[in-house]
Design a protein around this ligand. Sequence first.
Ligand code: FAD
Length: 413
Amino acid sequence: MTPRHFDTLIVGAGQAGAQVAMSLRMGGYAGSIALIGEEPDAPYERPPLSKDYLAGDKTADRLQLRPAVFWAERHVEMLLGARVTAVDATAHTVTTEIGETFAYGQLVWAAGGAPRRLPVPGGDLAGVHVIRTRADVDALRADLETATDVAVIGGGYVGLEAAAVLRKAGKTVTVVEALDRVLARVTSETVSRFYEGEHRAHGVDVRLGASVAELLGDGGRVTAVRFGPGTPDLPAQAVIVGIGLVPHSGVLADAGAATANGVTVDDLCRTTLPDVFAIGDCASHVNAFAGGARVRVESVQNAVDQAKTVAGVILGSPKPYHAVPWFWSNQYDLRLQTVGLCTGYDATVLRGDPAARSFSVVYLKDGRVIALDCINAAKDYVQGKALVEGGIVVAPDVLADVSVLLKAHHPTT
Ligand code: FAD
């Protein structure tokens, strides 16, 4: 039987995949489009999963990126609950887990990644959760109805956001971080120590330099976290593991695509296979804002802007990917907004006073502004973007002076 053919076939009905379809239709694309997604849900946003959705302040309906009718009206076919297990780059086909085959003109791989599991005995007990999908959070919330002690393994953004929500819900929360500070991979010591202090002030037991040896269980359900010898077991009826993402690149690698920490793409998000693009959390790309290093960026901004890059190529007006990275995180009443990537910074400047709970850290490399972390400091975030974009040189003592707005350093042209 001849497989159904789509001019553009998108694998992964998430943030990036959905944006490709939206941008194509917005650009007047008349070809057929389908999104194949493993989850049963139409595309939805993940950031609320560790924030308002976990807190019960946002319903599943409000996570949807667009209502169902939007996709139908634009003739974007949704093939949901289907996992692609093979790509044949020569035949231009994909095959799903249940053996269905679809043919494509252009293939967009937007498959995100899988949360890394805790590689210790007991890591797969009932009550041990990750936060990546709506279903993950629904399962976690069901357990939270009875759990009083929650251990969060991993002091990254997802883990800390969850910790904040659970403290607010009255749970006893312990954050277990293997490194000597939280957020160590993504921010400076100043910001790490600030968040550590905030979580402690809200009653979270933050344990640094602590590694989990085992999760203990009873009747197949987690009951406690065990550390190395000499440290008492930590009771936990629910455990949240937030220790990073493994990009979904295996299927494309099997098809012959170059991969290394994700699918290798060029500045138009093209993989090494003909007519196959990769975008979002699974794509490893050279990023000008990381000093030209090859990186994988896990953010809504990157997913959306790479999707727009691919749509541009398919629509016949290619523009290399060159978007200023931005990100946010909400914890308690603190809104962190980041612009740029601080990778490789050689100096930091503190603007404002962490004790006042409103400040920014500016990251410099060779004197140039490469990134800012702004905590309850929206003005710095908005005005700092042009400094990152232009790689502007500003003297540290001038940057530190809060009486001078950052826009005073904007390029004049
Ligand atoms: P995803 O949105 O993960 O979509 C990939 C989809 O592909 C998934 O639905 C998956 O099921 C599907 N898929 C995978 N393999 C296959 C296959 N073989 N066949 C078919 N379908 C497949 N970013 C921010 O900028 N700010 C935030 O505050 C923020 N908070 C976050 C909080 C949480 C809890 C999480 C999990 C992420 C957060 N992010 C945040 C990151 C952001 O959500 C991701 O960067 C973004 O969703 C990436 O989009 P994507 O399309 O690449 O991947």
